[in-house]
Design a protein around this ligand. Structure first.
Ligand code: ATP
Length: 190
């Protein structure tokens, strides 16, 4: 069984994330894909994330109808700074026979050696890189095994969606219509 793990802030989830997910399912032949929102990213210490319940709500709206895609709230339940090694070990324990693929955008490749317990992480999961416009292709930093997908390169980011919300600009189709509505109804990112 091939499992895809897709961690991030998802603040908010946007079309870039959904295209990453679709590319990974198609190109890797994943059986299931888990979106794993972080409680607090170790790399974004200065940014207070939107409350977890709202980020999860938006994820669930965005994934409605995708039966092989799930939201895994384990990092939110653990709380504090979220470390991928804890999450990957949890999957290795629950699915001992599965091959684990951890998805990252190209902007994260250079920092991989700084992730906690990098060597153990690299041993337990194959890291899968999805190209991101403006991000150069970087060779795999030791000891990671990287697989690069063709993807559907798209220059959308959560920062851009938040800036548009602040400026009162339309958010769809950069985020699904239901997510745009949830952002408006909850007065997020103003
Ligand atoms: P922000 O703009 O706030 O930094 P983000 O858009 O990068 O956020 P995250 O939730 O931090 O979104 O991203 C989760 C994962 O998805 C990361 O690995 C990130 O590199 C990847 N990702 C996000 N957007 C894209 C995109 N357009 N193309 C490829 N990968 C992406």
């Amino acid at each position: 069984m091939k499992l895809g793990l897709f961690g991030g802030s998802f603040d908010p989830v946007h079309l870039g994330h959904l295209l990453v997910a679709q590319a990974a399912v198609e190109e890797l032949g994943l059986d299931r894909l888990f979106f794993i929102p972080a409680a607090q990213s170790p790399f974004k210490p200065d940014r207070e994330p939107t409350p977890a319940a709202l980020r999860v709500q938006m994820l669930r709206l965005a994934l409605a109808g995708q039966t092989a895609w799930d939201v895994d709230e384990q990092e939110l339940t653990r709380g504090g700074v979220s470390y991928t090694i804890d999450t990957v070990c949890d999957y290795a324990r629950r699915f001992p026979d599965a091959a684990l693929f951890y998805l990252i955008g190209a902007d994260h490749v250079g920092k991989l050696p700084q992730w906690r317990e990098a060597a153990e992480l690299a041993r337990r999961a194959t890291f899968v890189v999805i190209p991101r416009p403006g991000e150069p292709e970087i060779a795999a930093p030791e000891p990671f095994r990287l697989q690069v997908l063709r993807g559907f390169p798209l220059g959308v980011s959560a920062s851009q969606v938040r800036a548009r919300a602040r400026a009162g600009l339309p958010l769809a189709p950069l985020v699904p219509v239901a997510v745009a509505e949830a952002i408006r109804n909850n007065r997020l990112y103003l």
